[in-house]
Design a protein around this ligand. Structure first.
Ligand SMILES: [Zn+2]
Length: 167
């Protein structure tokens, strides 16, 4: 396993739309393992392949406190959504900044496992927000795209300031 380099805003590669996975082979299994390792190392609850410059429709998620509920999603698709909610979101590609983003409060998702098995599951709360956030990444969309211009400018200024401080 290897921990991968996470692309950070304003990297243009975060805008690339990922393509569906067609081959369920060893390469895919390794990519999934690397995504999990990178996510856990960086203390994220979700990580999309796009964020590590792999432009395939894959993301991993684990919203538990003890790494006990890992789920890998291949070619995910939201087939049903309802309600509306807002909670603070962060992103490993926007280190240190958070914003409230409007999201559906309940979704049903169709996806494949890394073995190519079809799954369908409902998600609520943190997992629901996370799944929507990660599917956005696969479409080249980041959470700041959901903010008003004013809020986005403010958040990106804060991000720049933090990036300067960590240099
Ligand atoms: Zn993100």
């Amino acid at each position: 396993m290897a921990s991968l380099f996470v692309l950070v805003y304003p990297d243009d590669r975060l805008r690339i739309k990922a393509t569906p996975v067609l081959q369920f082979d060893e390469t895919l299994k390794q990519e999934v393992l690397d995504l999990f390792e990178t996510m856990y190392q960086d203390h994220g609850v979700g990580l999309a392949a796009t964020q590590v410059n792999i432009h395939k429709r894959i993301f991993v998620m684990d919203c538990s406190d003890d790494q006990s509920t890992p789920i890998c999603f291949i070619n995910p698709e939201i087939v049903y959504s309802e309600g509306e909610t807002q909670s603070d979101e962060g992103c490993l590609s926007f280190p240190g900044v958070y914003a409230k983003v409007p999201r559906a409060s309940k979704i049903r998702v169709k996806y494949l496992t890394d073995q190519g098995e079809q799954q369908e599951r409902e998600f609520e709360n943190l997992e629901c927000m996370c799944v929507q956030h990660e599917i956005d990444h696969l479409n080249g969309i980041t959470f700041v795209d959901h903010l008003s211009n004013l809020k986005r400018v403010r958040l990106l200024k804060k991000l720049q300031k933090q990036q300067r401080q960590t240099l």
